[in-house]
Design a protein around this ligand. Structure first.
Ligand code: SF4
Ligand code: SF4
Length: 169
């Protein structure tokens, strides 16, 4: 279960969402490399503060995208054939991506640990993608993620503060 402090951040994210969507236009004017660098730095700062084990909100609200490599690894853990695992746990979404067929994910434990941590899907390992590159192409998704992930909400909040105070860029 998500802790009170992070739930409060997500409520703030809902309130700030319209403003954050407009902020995309400002971010789009920045050089792609500069934007990546600043978001990557803020990612490290946010995850130094935010503990995923006090959250688990992505696992409870966003169906993970599943790749064939993930299916192979997880089927091994379940001692079944990949096709059996795929049928049991996945479905095609509206974008034709293969995703987990249940939210919350059936593999999230009450203490927010992933039961298959060592073999968790690549999507889960990479979420919320704020330490990756070419982020200018994913600003809409990042703003949506402010409502899911307290760390992303902080990243966007600090990014706005940095630009407004001219301490970054
Ligand atoms: S597989 Fe693990 S990390 Fe991925 S959504 Fe499920 S519980 Fe979370
Ligand atoms: S990645 Fe974000 S939403 Fe997922 S558990 Fe960590 S802080 Fe929560």
């Amino acid at each position: 279960m998500i802790c009170d402090e992070y739930a409060k951040l997500l409520r703030e994210a809902e309130l700030d969402f319209e403003e954050n969507k407009k902020f995309i236009m400002i971010l789009k004017r920045l050089r792609a490399k500069t934007l990546d660098r600043e978001i990557n730095v803020l990612h490290d700062r946010a995850f130094a503060e935010i503990d995923c084990l006090k959250c688990g909100n992505c696992c409870r609200t966003v169906p993970a995208i599943i790749q064939q490599k993930d299916i192979k690894a997880l089927a091994k853990r379940f001692h079944c054939r990949p096709i059996v695992w795929e049928k049991e746990f996945t479905v095609r979404d509206e974008d034709e991506d293969l995703v987990m067929n249940q939210t919350p994910c059936p593999f999230i434990a009450d203490d927010n640990y992933c039961m298959y941590y060592e073999d968790k899907p690549k999507y889960c390992r990479d979420y919320p993608y704020t330490d990756s590159t070419r982020l200018r192409n994913y600003l809409r998704e990042t703003m949506e993620n402010t409502k899911v992930c307290p760390a992303v909400y902080l990243i966007v909040k600090w990014l706005k503060e940095g630009i407004n105070n001219r301490t970054i860029f």
